[in-house]
Ligand binder design. Structure first.
Ligand SMILES: Nc1nc2c(ncn2[C@@H]2O[C@H](COP(=O)(O)OP(=O)(O)OP(=O)(O)O)[C@@H](O)[C@H]2O)c(=O)[nH]1
Ligand SMILES: [Mg+2]
Length: 369
């Protein structure tokens, strides 16, 4: 029997209208959620440039990373051949003939410009870009500068949410001539990236127990690889505590330099041990911790790790940084870490005494950057 509207009284009509409105707005809500869900999983890209950059990408590829795309870029064809990535791009083949840049960053920059459109086509549009390079050589140092500057220019004219994070190493002490090249590289990177995570290879070696050169490189690659993998997966996959893109932006946008610290622990008080090591083992000297702008704490442990242990780790870290600093954190469980804990802390918006000393020197000699 069809109901005539005329027979309905006013309150009934009002109720039907309300129901209809609710259904329409539920559909609209779904549409809006769908629209935004596309972005709720940000596109994450890690780009390794030059020998060190490609080695780190190979490490991450071997371990696997959920939710991130890996790209390797090099002027050295043979090295690229043995690298592993989702996409490999040989740059500057006209200039370098596939042979590398021989330590000249100017060549690395030109090589990147030679194939810039190819690299940009591959990486542009990502919401988080990790640009990985070992500073001090030609391809990585020159290439990461040219690429970050081009990305900065392009993102300035569109509304894609983005975060450009440079992750670079400083040369070993024995590579004295390369140190100047690296420090100059950092100045330009600071201007083009939102944050530049600097890892001093020398500090890393000392913390790892004065390892031979080759093994030290392996430790550096593992550390940087873990940083990229950890942040990517805690953002893109369900985790014990999810890291959220907006939070990451809040501590990384326009933050200058960042220092990272890593630590591990075993046994009963594994989380405390790992936190202590991570705080004492920063991989870049920090001039004044109390000036840090943000802190990221990332805890990973086995299935036996409790939320309480994770919170305790957070409390321990927070005690040692300025109360004004914004703190974000994520936690992941991995069955491989049963009985163990890994903690990573990233302090953003810091200054390095070591690098500042050099900035002053550059100022006196009126360098062009
Ligand atoms: N973490 C890490 N650092 C490395 C590795 N290989 C080299 N380095 C460091 O990175 C600096 C640059 O080296 P490469 O990345 O090999 O140089 P490149 O960018 O390929 O430059 P060219 O070979 O001159 O074109 C070196 O001075 C080392 O301090 C590596 O596998 N891991
Ligand atoms: Mg090389």
């Amino acid at each position: 029997m069809r109901m005539s509207l005329a027979k309905l009284d006013q309150p009934e009509i009002a109720k039907m209208e309300k129901d209809l409105e609710r259904k329409v707005s539920a559909v609209e809500d779904e549409e809006r959620i769908d629209q935004f869900a596309k972005f709720a999983k940000p596109r994450i890209m890690a780009v390794g440039i030059g020998g060190a950059g490609c080695n780190i990408i190979s490490w991450v590829k071997e371990k696997g990373v959920t939710g991130g795309r890996l790209v390797s870029v090099n002027t050295d064809a043979n090295h690229l051949k043995i690298s592993d990535a989702n996409r490999k791009i040989l740059i500057g083949d006209k200039l370098c003939k596939g042979l590398g840049c021989g330590g000249y960053p100017e060549l690395g920059e030109k090589a990147m410009r030679e194939n810039l459109s190819e690299v940009i086509d591959e990486v542009y549009g990502a919401n988080i870009l990790f640009l990985l390079a070992g500073l001090g050589g030609g391809t990585g140092t020159g290439g990461v500068q040219a690429l970050s500057e081009e990305l900065r220019k392009r993102y300035a004219t569109d509304e894609t949410p983005h975060l450009i994070v440079g992750v670079v190493t400083l040369p070993f002490e024995i590579e004295t001539a390369r140190m100047q090249v690296a420090k100059k590289g950092i100045q330009r990177l600071k201007a083009a990236c939102d944050t530049v995570v600097v890892i001093d290879n020398n500090r890393l070696v000392k913390l790892a127990g004065n390892l031979p050169f080759r093994e030290a490189l392996g430790v550096a690659n593992t550390t940087i690889g873990r940083f990229v993998k950890g942040v990517t997966e805690t953002i893109t996959t369900a985790s014990l505590i999810n890291l959220d893109y907006a939070d990451l932006r809040a501590i990384m946008v326009g933050s200058g330099l960042a220092s990272i610290g890593v630590g591990d622990g075993r046994g009963e008080d594994r989380v405390e041990q790992a936190v202590e090591k991570a705080l004492n083992g920063r991989l870049l000297d920090v001039e004044d911790v109390t000036k840090a702008r943000g802190l990221l704490i990332h805890v990973s442990g086995g299935e036996d790790m409790t939320l309480e242990q994770v919170h305790h780790a957070g409390e321990l870290v927070k005690r040692s940084i300025p109360p004004k600093a914004k703190v974000i954190w994520g936690a992941r469980v991995s069955s491989a870490l049963q009985g163990k804990a890994n903690v990573m802390v990233v302090l953003t918006g810091v200054e390095s005494a070591f690098l500042r000393k050099h900035e002053r020197r550059i100022g006196r000699f009126k360098m062009p950057w």
